[in-house]
Design a protein around this ligand. Structure first.
Ligand SMILES: *Cc1c(COP(=O)(O)O)cnc(C)c1O
Length: 412
């Protein structure tokens, strides 16, 4: 049996970098005889690293200007509210973290989605009747940057495109290009308080559009969208069936005469991943605390995995006994051969499944385990459902109940 371990690591402050390790220790994999080769160092930068580009660093690092020596330098460039020490975080925040450290109870590995109590706290803070949230809908991340990275990775495949504001925060493009995702820039209109040019936005949508990034309140614009503008953005997303990645790291940071509306509170049908964190609102960017809030009231992202769908569909078929999987990409199905007397073995069963239904599953004799076949579950959902219904038709056609099987016995 093969076992796979896939690890994805964000690396410290190089958020755009992704380490992907694939380890396999299956005994069915044999390397065979390899010709002796003289080892030679050939360590090259990966394709991904070559596609990773931070425009801010590229521009700023190449600026070779010396400030006027007669005047003290005033830097208005870094979006870090802690630099001058004039905006300390609240004592309660510091105290809460001190208590956690002193307790000694949180020095171990947390669950990969975050501690339950912490997810509950974030859910309780953002939960409201218009956009209900439970702990299940909260994924804790290493800063909002990792939240954006994960959200992009889950929404878009290489070759697809995403819609990104111009002017906009550079991380979106940096992450997307490193993942092989195309970026299409939609315009913001300065004369309209940096509202989105909705016509331009909608004109960019095509069949490869995986998501729309909405950053509100905005970096670098400092703008806050009105409720009616957000509704118009949602109308575009809804019409075009494009999910939204909302970067709401500056949520609640609005001036007194203005109101911030979380975009998820204004829609019941558009699926929205809202990314946020403690960095800006609580003035602690170095703590790297972020989250994704999953708003998907119509279950458009899907709450049933292919494994569950496939298992449920195959369980209902007479003569088959699927074994519920817990990982990897496969599901094994036992064929109750006594109910299929026409077929000699799993190889013949799967051959006929191809010739009659054009569904190809490997007979488990390939894995030294006869009378089973293996289903690969990583195909698109519609495809796995169609395959299951064809397997059902096939089994119903050839299934012999207890009596049938006995008749056959008697004939012998
Ligand atoms: C600062 C910022 C982030 C990143 O937040 P971290 O929690 O520090 O990773 C994301 N989006 C925007 C628009 C930002 O300005």
């Amino acid at each position: 049996m093969d076992s796979y371990l896939i690890q994805v690591n964000g690396r410290g402050d190089h958020a755009p970098m992704l380490d992907v390790h694939l380890k396999t220790n299956g005994n069915s994999i044999s390397l065979g005889k390899v010709k002796a080769r003289k080892p030679r160092w050939a360590v090259r930068a990966s394709e991904m690293s070559k596609k990773t580009f931070n425009p801010v660093r590229a521009i700023v690092d190449s600026m070779k200007v010396e400030p006027n020596p007669k005047k003290a330098m005033i830097s208005l460039s870094l979006g870090d509210p802690t630099v001058f020490g004039n905006l300390p975080t609240n004592d309660e925040v510091t105290l809460a973290v001190k208590e956690v450290l002193d307790s000694g109870r949180y020095n171990g590995y947390a669950p990969s989605v975050g501690y339950q109590s912490c997810r509950e706290a974030v859910a309780a803070y953002y939960n409201c009747p218009e956009a209900p949230l439970t702990a299940q809908d909260v994924i804790l991340t290493s800063g909002c940057s990792q939240a954006i990275e994960l959200a992009l990775a889950v929404l878009a495949n290489p070759g697809q495109n995403i819609l990104v504001p111009r002017p906009g925060f550079s991380l979106y493009k940096t992450l997307a290009l490193s993942m092989g995702i195309e970026v299409k820039l939609y315009n913001l209109l300065p004369e309209k308080g940096w509202e989105i040019d909705l016509e331009h936005l909608e004109s960019l949508v095509d069949e490869k559009t995986a998501c729309l990034i909405v950053n509100n309140p905005s970096n670098p614009c400092g703008s806050v969208f009105s409720k009616s503008h957000l509704q118009k953005i949602l109308a575009v997303a809804s019409r075009q069936c494009v999910p939204i990645l909302a970067d709401e790291i500056y949520g609640d940071m609005v001036f007194a005469d203005c109101k911030y509306e979380p975009i998820a509170t204004l829609s019941t049908n558009v699926p929205i991943l809202s990314c946020g964190g403690l960095a800006k609102r609580w003035l602690v960017p170095g703590w790297r605390m972020g989250w994704i809030l999953i708003h998907d009231r119509r279950d458009i992202f899907g709450n049933e995995s292919n494994a569950d769908l496939c298992y449920a569909a195959l369980s209902a078929i007479p003569g088959l006994q699927p074994v519920r999987p817990a990982g990897a990409m496969y599901l094994m199905v036992e064929i109750e051969m006594e109910h299929f007397p026409e077929f000699e073995n799993d190889v013949e069963f799967t051959e006929r499944l191809i010739s009659e239904q054009s569904v190809f599953c490997l007979p488990a004799t390939c894995f030294e385990y006869p009378n089973f076949f293996r289903v690969v579950i990583t195909v698109p959902e519609e495809m796995i459902l169609e395959a299951c219904s064809r397997i059902q038709e096939f089994c119903e056609m050839h299934y012999q109940g207890a009596e049938g099987a006995q008749d056959l016995e008697c004939d012998k």
